[in-house]
Design a protein around this ligand. Structure first.
Ligand code: NDP
Ligand code: A1CAB
Length: 272
């Protein structure tokens, strides 16, 4: 694993998930520094993972090889503009995980000429099962690309994208994706309770079913559609459920949901 020093600007849900995944995978906590206005959040991360914390964003970036911008898109401009002098001193690689914020904007706000990567991770990074899309500007060297990939692969898988706009699609698919599966889990747990199962039973069976289905889809070489067919006995129970999903236009609904998320990602870019 790399020994690069990573500075996280913003230490909320997503930064915490990546940090947790890195530490579980053996990353040296002395080489991770985080800064955030919430002192309590920082103290918790320090106590839990042994990472360093900084009093302000500029202090955090001073020694960093990689600065991971993990604040909400809406505050990215003031955060990066204020950091620009420190960034121009240290010239680290910037990795922004924010939905919507473009490389052009990050380049303008940071004073220019920095290697910048846009990365769209997801929260399962916390358990080493993250999925990230990556896109680099021309200033990023091959060695820096390998570094970014090493960091993100330590918490899951990553895919390089050949256009920046593909980040909007990745945001809609895997960035937001865990929430879609959680919604399905919530809905199945509730349906199981409605069918008379005790809540603990409905919960345990739903979660194990989700885990089992995900493992079968990822660990074998059989496509999801075929795995679904193998559960669906002709004239059996699953067929009734699948027909109900199809009649409710489940696939169209999923497409519309992802379209809406992708559209929102593009809108966030216009609010720069
Ligand atoms: N959550 C997710 O599943 C994913 C999120 N992302 C992206 O990650 C980014 C962070 O999202 P998420 O972790 O969910 O959001 P959070 O709100 O949980 O984390 C953002 C953190 O940044 C802090 N912050 C606010 N202002 C500053 C500042 N000036 N300097 C340093 N830190 C600051 C916030 O503090 P405070 O709360 O006090 O304002 C908060 O702790 C977003 O841009 C999002 O698009 C990408 C992929 C997935
Ligand atoms: O909902 C959001 O905007 C962020 C980006 C992807 C997941 N969470």
């Amino acid at each position: 694993m790399t020994t690069a020093t990573l500075a996280f600007i913003g230490a909320g849900n997503m930064a915490g998930s990546i940090i947790g995944g890195l530490i579980s995978n053996g990353y040296d906590p002395e080489r991770i520094i985080a800064s955030d206005p919430g002192l309590e959040t920082l103290q918790l991360l320090k106590a839990r993972f042994g990472i360093k914390i900084a009093e302000n964003n500029s202090d955090a970036v001073r020694e960093a090889d990689v600065v991971i911008l993990a604040v909400k898109p809406q505050v990215m401009k003031p955060v990066v503009t204020e950091l620009a002098p420190a960034l121009q001193d240290a010239m680290p690689m910037l990795v922004s995980i924010a939905a919507g914020i473009t490389i052009d904007s990050l380049n303008d706000w940071s004073g220019g000429n920095l290697p910048i990567i846009r990365c769209m991770p997801n929260t399962p990074a916390l358990v080493g099962c993250g999925a990230s899309g990556l896109y680099a500007n021309p200033q990023v060297s091959e060695a820096q690309k390998t570094l970014a990939e090493t960091v993100m692969n330590a918490v899951g898988i990553s895919q390089w994208l050949d256009s920046e706009s593909a980040i909007d699609a990745v945001t809609a698919l895997s960035g937001s994706g865990p929430a879609y599966f959680f919604l399905l889990m919530e809905s199945m747990i509730n349906a199981g309770k409605q069918l008379g199962l005790p809540p603990e039973t409905a919960t345990a069976l739903t979660l194990q079913t989700a885990l089992g289905a995900a493992r079968m889809a990822t660990e074998g070489d059989v496509e999801a559609a075929e795995l679904r067919r193998r559960v669906t006995s002709p004239g059996g129970t699953t067929e009734q459920a699948i027909n109900t999903f199809e009649q409710g236009e489940f696939r169209t609904l999923v497409q519309s949901a992802l379209d809406a998320a992708e559209r929102r990602s593009r809108e966030l870019a216009k609010q720069d």
